[in-house]
Design a protein around this ligand. Structure first.
Ligand code: GLN
Length: 204
């Protein structure tokens, strides 16, 4: 329950919407400040973070978006470009406009030209992700989470020494693209976060 918004400015929002709907979620596209007010949670898709940020600034959505996430605890899930938009620190592009809500340090396009895109297995200690086949990550000109605040941010999946899926309270971010696979466990995990956040808001 709750309406899950998917930011529809640029990128692979349609894949996110299809996956959320397959899990029974009520989904609404978000293209304006007004749309933003009608959702209980938000997915920031993969795409081009500079383009998405430019549009968010032009539509004057940035301050309200940050306020809803940081001050009002709106659950948010960012994949790839979405993860870049959420990072408090952006190595190499410190001035790039972004929401900046999560205690992670991210490097864009971290995997170099010859391996622009690839797929690999990632490891996780989270029970839902250990049940069934191993999590696989599709990385497309992916960013890398170089560091995170270990007191606040929980590591949910990693590839070698690098974090690829992290959670900070009501915020979830990944460098890969679960929305273009048939594995909906990470979206289901996010929907669980959303219902917990909405329950807590009702009680508070
Ligand atoms: N390289 C893109 C960026 O910097 C992210 C790629 C993606 O979302 N697949 O925004």
């Amino acid at each position: 329950n709750g309406v899950i918004g998917v930011l529809q400015l640029q990128g692979d929002f349609a894949e996110h919407e299809a996956m959320l709907k397959s899990l029974g979620a009520k989904v609404r596209g978000v293209r304006s400040l007004e749309d933003l007010e009608s959702v209980d949670a938000l997915v920031l898709p993969g795409g081009e973070s500079t383009t998405i940020a430019k549009l968010l600034v032009a539509l004057q959505m940035m301050p309200r978006l940050k306020q809803r996430i940081v001050e009002q605890g709106m659950p948010v899930f960012g994949t790839c470009a979405g993860c870049i938009l959420m990072a408090n620190e952006l190595v190499d592009y410190p001035e790039q406009p972004r929401i900046g809500c999560m205690d992670i340090s991210v490097r864009r396009n971290a995997y170099g030209a010859q391996i622009d895109s690839f797929e690999c297995e990632v490891a996780s200690d989270v029970q839902q992700f250990q049940e069934g086949p191993p999590l696989r990550a599709i990385l497309i000109r992916a960013p890398e989470i170089m560091a995170f605040n270990k007191g606040a941010v929980k590591l949910l999946a990693h590839r070698g020494e690098r974090a690829v899926l992290v959670q900070q309270g009501h915020m979830l971010a990944t460098t890969f693209h679960p929305e273009i696979t048939t594995d909906s466990r990470i979206h289901a995990y996010f929907l669980q976060m959303v219902s917990e956040a909405l329950d807590a808001q009702k009680q508070g």
